[in-house]
Ligand binder design. Structure first.
Ligand code: SAM
Length: 279
């Protein structure tokens, strides 16, 4: 009989956030596939888990998946863990789980911590609908178009970001979305846990006033306003054509129409460029 693949969530930082079931499964499994075996040593030792470990990380995932699938098919039960939180959520394991599914191997999730949901629950932002966007692109051009694509979502937006890039993500978000309500959740479940809530511009000033920004960050941003935009796309296009015929400058035109339409300037800017290219 084939073994079972367990997807086991582990704490984000506070070791007490481990579930009883997660401890039992990690003790009972034949093998633990860990993102970083050295990192997980501390958690496993804390709970007296002596199950053998094997490394499965983003750099060996393709080769390791083949090996782990073979072991599962031969009857080994494997528990997959990552460095923190839920495996596969901005963490390795997608290939393993999708191939295990294709082979008909039993996959059992053992739920627990996740930084996106933990941050959302205390953010004070709407929780009825949310969009998890993971890590935003590093290159500025790709980041800008990624954010412009996300501007229409009415659901709360959730990003993971490194402390080194969080200021840039916030200022690029102001350009793409306007000055929306947001929350920066930092160091969740750890000693210096912090929530900075308010409009994006005030979070930006708070962070800029600091010498350094440390720790792990989740940025949550309120979705686009529910209220309908003040102008239809056709009306906006007609106004753009008018403005262009009057030789208005692109920036000036985008600002004017964005104000009337109650939408981000970047969206109007893109429409102007598209219309210019068309004509
Ligand atoms: N699998 C994890 C989960 O379920 O949340 C996410 C892993 S991803 C590689 C790491 C990112 O998650 C960090 O860069 C940060 O954005 C977020 N993160 C993880 N732990 C966190 C914490 N304690 N506080 C805030 N954000 C955290």
């Amino acid at each position: 009989m084939a073994g079972t693949l367990y997807i086991v969530a582990t704490p984000l930082g506070n070791l007490e956030d481990m579930t009883f079931r997660a401890v039992r499964i990690l003790k009972e499994a034949d093998l633990i596939a860990a993102e970083d075996t050295r990192h997980s040593k501390k958690l496993l030792a804390h709970y007296g888990i002596t199950t053998p470990t094997i490394a499965c990380h983003e750099y060996n995932e393709i080769a390791k998946t083949h090996d782990l699938i073979q072991r599962l098919e031969n009857g080994t039960s494997i528990a997959l863990i990552s460095d923190a939180g839920t495996p596969l959520i901005s963490d390795p394991g997608y290939r393993l789980v999708s191939q295990a599914g294709e082979k008909g191997i039993l996959i059992v999730p053992v739920p627990g911590c996740n930084a996106a949901i933990t941050g959302l629950s205390a953010s004070g932002l709407p929780t009825d609908a949310f969009v998890f966007l993971g890590f935003a692109p590093k290159k500025q051009g790709r980041l800008d178009s990624f954010l412009n694509d996300a501007a229409h979502h009415k659901a709360t937006l959730i990003f993971y970001e490194s402390p080194r890039r969080v200021i840039r993500l916030i200022s690029s978000s102001i350009t793409a979305f306007g000055d929306r309500q947001a929350c920066l959740a930092r160091e969740l479940t750890k000693q210096y846990e912090e929530f900075v809530r308010g409009p994006l511009s005030s979070i930006l000033s708070t962070l800029k006033a600091r010498e350094t920004i440390k720790g792990e960050c989740v940025l949550l941003i309120k979705g686009a306003d529910e209220q309908p935009v003040g102008l239809s796309t056709e009306q906006m296009e007609a106004m753009i054509m008018d403005g262009l015929n009057q030789n208005m400058r692109t920036g000036e035109l985008a600002k004017k129409i964005a104000g009337l339409a109650n939408c981000p300037k970047s969206r109007v800017y893109d429409m102007i460029l598209a219309l210019k290219n068309r004509s």
